[in-house]
Ligand binder design. Structure first.
Ligand SMILES: *[C@@H]1O[C@H](CO)[C@@H](O)[C@H](O)[C@H]1NC(C)=O
Ligand SMILES: *[C@@H]1O[C@H](CO)[C@@H](O)[C@H](O)[C@H]1NC(C)=O
Ligand SMILES: *[C@@H]1O[C@H](CO)[C@@H](O)[C@H](O)[C@H]1NC(C)=O
Ligand SMILES: *[C@@H]1O[C@H](CO)[C@@H](O)[C@H](O)[C@H]1NC(C)=O
Length: 401
């Protein structure tokens, strides 16, 4: 009796091992061949399992930044005239003067990676009880608004609560707007927030009771907001880039500080070097925090390219092409076009969200001369029409979370 049981047990154990082996082989083959179904199964656990399983397997081989733009009638992911609740009027190209919307009809297809179709209810279920934070400049704000529109399908959703107050994001007296926004989808308890930090350096007024005082810009310290709330984040996406110019720093009275003192290093007086130093400092700081924040997935988004011909918006620069993909539709390079972010995250647990080269191909998708400030001569070849290219950044983010 005993022996029989033992034998039977060994037999089933053996077949279980064989089945597991077979299954693993098929799974890896499917992952590798990139034949994985692109529809999102309705079963949440299954989705979580297969996407993270493939992601782990792809870790070493898959580069989402390589691939091609393909026309897709399922784009955009939300109607551009329907997301008024989250989308700033100045970026909603369907609501301003622009009349051609061909730029909305493209999807990014990575060459070697599985790319599940974005489906908002599956996404929100996956993000149950989770917080997604964007910290960066106005291009980060565009990505945040895009994420709100994608998660809500561009429909008015009442079960979304403004939780800005929980993060100190309130409009202060004399300010045009708060430093950020935070919203919670109540059905899944998913929080999506944005904090404005255009340089990712910590800003400390030298005299808090004097609104006209200079502001110390600590190149080697992360924004206080980030250190304070990091333990609440599950996904964090950083970006910086376009504010590193003399005009902007001077207008804000931001003065570079290093080691708690005004900067004296001649090398860092050069803004390109100061930016690189700050990007490195933030990436290294974040990496040092990750072991004590095991649930956090941190991304550094690479720079969003501008497409001004002849200077910038102060000097009459423009971008008038409206024909999609005149620059080609493929990215074939292995390295990122943003060397600063690529090398800053190298060797850290911070992941790169590399969108530079693929966005470079989309010069027709900027707000361009349809800017609401066009009568002031502004031709916006920096920000993107929404829906548009930042939606793709979020699709790439969701695929890698
Ligand atoms: C979400 O949080 C609530 C309250 O803490 C908990 O009861 C629930 O199990 C959590 N759900 C998931 C999927 O973690
Ligand atoms: C919402 O999620 C947070 C974790 O992000 C959790 O602490 C909290 O208990 C959840 N609330 C509810 C009502 O489930
Ligand atoms: C800070 O600013 C206030 C208001 O302008 C001024 O009265 C005060 O002397 C300043 N403090 C320092 C240390 O400069
Ligand atoms: C950026 O800073 C890092 C670390 O200080 C340095 O190794 C690297 O050479 C710098 N890169 C550039 C382009 O200045």
């Amino acid at each position: 009796m005993k022996g029989g049981n033992h034998y039977r047990w060994r037999g089933s154990h053996l077949s279980l091992t064989l089945i597991t082996l077979l299954f693993t082989t098929i799974f890896l083959w499917v992952c590798e061949k990139n034949h994985f179904v692109t529809t999102v199964p309705s079963d949440q656990d299954q989705f979580t399992w297969h996407s993270s399983g493939c992601a782990a397997f792809h870790f070493a081989v898959c580069n989402y930044a390589k691939g091609s733009w393909v026309a897709d009638s399922r784009r955009p992911l939300y109607p551009g005239f329907g997301c008024k609740q989250w989308l700033s009027g100045m970026w909603a190209c369907q609501l301003i003067q622009r009349k051609d919307f061909s730029y909305e009809g493209y999807r990014w297809q990575p060459k070697d990676c599985e790319m599940p179709e974005f489906e908002r209810s599956a996404f929100l279920r996956r993000m149950r009880n989770k917080t997604i934070a964007f910290v960066g400049d106005s291009l980060g704000r565009q990505q945040f608004q895009s994420m709100m529109c994608m998660a809500s399908g561009g429909q008015v959703i009442r079960e979304v609560e403004d939780v800005g107050r929980d993060y100190g994001l309130v409009k202060l007296h004399g300010h045009a707007r708060p430093d950020g926004w935070a919203y919670r989808f109540l059905a899944t308890n998913t929080t999506i927030l944005y904090y404005w930090s255009s340089t990712l350096a910590d800003l400390v007024p030298l005299n808090r009771s004097d609104p006209k005082s200079d502001v110390a810009m600590h190149l080697d310290r992360p924004p206080a907001f980030m250190s304070k709330y990091l333990h609440q984040f599950d996904v964090l996406v950083l970006n910086t880039g376009h504010h590193w110019n003399r005009g902007k720093l001077r207008a804000n009275r931001w003065v570079a500080y290093v080691n708690g003192k005004p900067n004296e290093d001649k090398r860092l007086a050069n803004l390109g070097n100061a930016k690189n130093f700050t990007v490195y400092s933030v990436a290294r700081w974040l990496d040092s925090q990750l072991p004590s924040h095991p649930r956090l997935k941190a991304f550094f988004r690479t720079i969003s390219p501008r497409h001004f011909h002849n200077g910038d918006w102060n000097t009459g620069g423009s971008c008038d092409n409206t024909t999609p993909l005149t620059r080609g539709n493929k990215v074939e390079q292995d390295r990122s076009s943003d060397e600063i972010v690529e090398s800053a995250v190298k060797g850290t647990r911070v992941k790169i969200l590399d969108i530079t080269a693929l966005s470079e191909l989309r010069d027709e998708a900027h707000i361009s001369r349809y800017s609401i400030k066009a009568n002031q001569g502004v031709n916006d070849c920096l920000h993107w029409c929404l829906p548009g290219v930042p939606d793709t950044w979020n699709e790439l983010l969701v695929a890698q979370v």
